[in-house]
Design a protein around this ligand. Structure first.
Ligand SMILES: [Zn+2]
Length: 93
């Protein structure tokens, strides 16, 4: 009778797991400003946990790309260049 519910719960449990191992979306957001400064101003790589989160979480990746454009524009860079630098850091460590 409850097969559907338990199936849903199993799927949800699996879907949540990767984010428990790495970062939550809140953690990701809390660190985004400092990390984007590192990537855009100092050309440093993304921390491994944050990079893994961005690969697995399109919502945060979207948010980070928008922030990268804003921060790039603030530091006199081309916004598209800021987004590309972030994407490059997500694509390769
Ligand atoms: Zn997220």
């Amino acid at each position: 009778m409850n097969t559907e519910d338990s199936w849903t719960n199993t799927v949800l449990a699996h879907a949540r797991r990767p984010f428990e191992v790495w970062l939550s979306c809140d953690d990701c957001f809390d660190r985004s400003d400092a990390i984007l400064e590192d990537v855009l101003d100092r050309d440093l790589p993304l921390p491994a946990d944050l990079r893994a989160h961005l690969i697995g979480c399109p919502a945060c990746r979207d948010e980070m790309e928008t922030l990268a454009e804003l921060i790039a524009a603030d530091s006199g860079l081309d916004p598209a260049e800021g987004r590309e630098r972030l994407d490059a850091r997500i694509a390769r460590p």
